[in-house]
Unconditional design. Structure first.
Length: 426
């Protein structure tokens, strides 16, 4: 058996042997196939990159058919149960688990870079009272690139490491301040005696108390949510982060911009709105009929990659139970549970392989923490930061990588003759 593909171009009758490596052919090899000498080579038309590999990566493995998600080879279930967000961040960035000394150094470094320059605070305070926290986070992250101009030296290992530490450390500070800004509350400075996630909760919710002590079950649940969101291979925002060899602050700002969009980071908000609209369990059958008739979508169900079960959804469901133990049950949870039960038995959803995804329960948890819906995507962004940085690191060190520059199929006019405005408007 030869690892190649024989392509016959019926326009010319010519045959081509295209090598197959790692289950893929190179699009550039297809570019050699031409109708005649002067015409451009064959291109692949693939909106949304549904079947185009843009890189080799060893960060995250997903098998959507089997419902498998692994970071650097470790199953997400084990990481969520037994690891911590900062250890997972180390794993993603460095490619392997830390020794005790490496872990202590990593946690120490991140803890002591949580503060931002006072001018960043002034800059954040300049936003309007009703600024969306994702806009503030995106701008704040981009602004960091101007505070650390050395970050442009992306070929220096030590410089790269320092920016990665800074970025992971400062994201909760920026995210919490964006939250406080909308509420008109004073920004809370980081408390370096607290863990990463405790400190984030303190910066969000601390008022006049000397020390903010979050319930440890809530800390654990939020830490697990960060772990679940930490990476998801070549998704929309990772693709934005990977598009050019810019400094990591600017790259992550681009990722935040992509995540901000409703097709990417915003589905958990839609789930909450849907559950509220359904209102009571009695209304579920009508709602399900509406979905089956194509009048609406069951938000939080279905996934482009997972066609079995989103492994993150199972873990989130458990985290939701832990959170509700502390905060009291959200009545919407009963509707969500009943919806899931009915949908998992219904032929419409079963035959289309539609299962709950990560967003089905995450919005309920965030609401229990008393986050407004605009903050949901900020939480996603904080969790995703180590993944974006791991993807960025791979990009800048990968000799095969080129600047992202897809082709297009041009559909506009050609070779028109320009008439000056003075003649056109006469
Ligand atoms: N409710 C009802 N029907 C659905 C749903 C849904 N949530 N999702 C897919 N379908 C149907 C769809 O109508 C189609 O049916 P038919 O074959 O009869 O036309 C079939 O299932 C295949 O759907 P598709 O649109 O081709 O699937 P896709 O892979 O392009 O879309 C999706 C994936 C996530 C956009 C879609 O499932 C969806 O819109 N889900 C609801 C929104 C949501 O929860 N998004 C969060 C995704 S997880 C976040 C992350 O991982 O970043």
């Amino acid at each position: 058996m030869t690892d190649s593909l024989t392509v016959r171009d019926n326009r010319t009758g010519q045959e081509y042997d295209v090598p197959i490596a790692d289950g893929a052919i190179k699009a550039a090899d297809l570019g050699k196939i031409k109708a005649d000498e002067d015409s451009p080579g064959l291109a692949i038309y693939d909106p949304g990159f549904v079947n185009t590999a843009s890189c080799r990566s060893s960060v995250t493995y997903i098998d959507g058919e089997k419902g498998i998600l692994e970071y650097r080879g470790y199953p997400i279930e084990q990481l969520a149960e037994k690891s911590s967000f900062l250890e997972v961040a180390y794993l993603l960035v460095h490619g392997e688990l830390p020794s005790q000394t490496q872990h202590e150094q990593w946690v120490h470094d991140i803890t002591f870079h949580t503060f931002v320059h006072e001018n960043v605070k002034t800059f954040m305070q300049g936003f309007r009272y009703d600024a969306h926290p994702m806009g503030m986070l995106m701008a704040g992250t981009g602004a960091l690139s101007t505070f650390y101009p050395d970050a442009r030296n992306i070929n220096d290992h030590d410089v790269r490491y320092l920016q990665i530490i800074r970025m992971i450390a400062k994201m909760p500070t920026l995210g919490a301040w964006a939250f406080r800004h909308a509420q008109g509350k004073p920004y809370v400075y980081p408390d370096n005696e607290l863990s990463y996630t405790e400190n984030f909760l303190a910066m969000l919710f601390k008022m006049s108390e000397q020390k903010y002590n979050a319930d440890e079950r809530l800390v654990k649940a939020l830490d697990v949510l960060f772990i679940l969101h930490a990476d998801h291979e070549q998704n929309c925002s990772a693709n934005a982060v990977r598009s050019s060899q810019v400094d990591p602050y600017s790259a992550v700002a681009a990722g935040i911009g992509a995540l901000y969009g409703p097709l990417h980071g915003g589905a958990n908000e839609s789930v909450l709105r849907m559950l509220r609209r359904i209102g009571t369990k009695d209304n579920i059958p009508d709602f399900i009929n509406g979905v089956k008739n194509g009048d609406e979508r069951l938000m939080g169900f279905g996934h482009r990659v997972y066609k079995n079960y989103d492994p993150r959804a199972r873990i989130i469901k458990k985290a939701a139970e832990d959170v509700f133990e502390v905060t009291g049950t959200n009545p919407l949870l009963d509707i969500a549970l009943e919806l899931e039960k009915i949908a998992l038995e219904d032929e419409y959803f079963v035959s289309r392989k539609l299962y709950p995804n990560v967003d089905f329960y995450s919005g309920l948890i965030y609401e229990a923490f008393q986050f407004p819906p605009e903050m949901f995507t900020v939480l996603f962004a904080i969790g995703r930061t180590p993944g974006w940085l791991a993807q960025w690191l791979e990009l800048v060190q990968d000799k095969e990588q080129k600047i992202a520059r897809p082709k297009q199929i041009y559909t506009g006019d050609r070779e028109l003759t320009f008439t000056p405005a003075s003649e056109r408007w006469a």
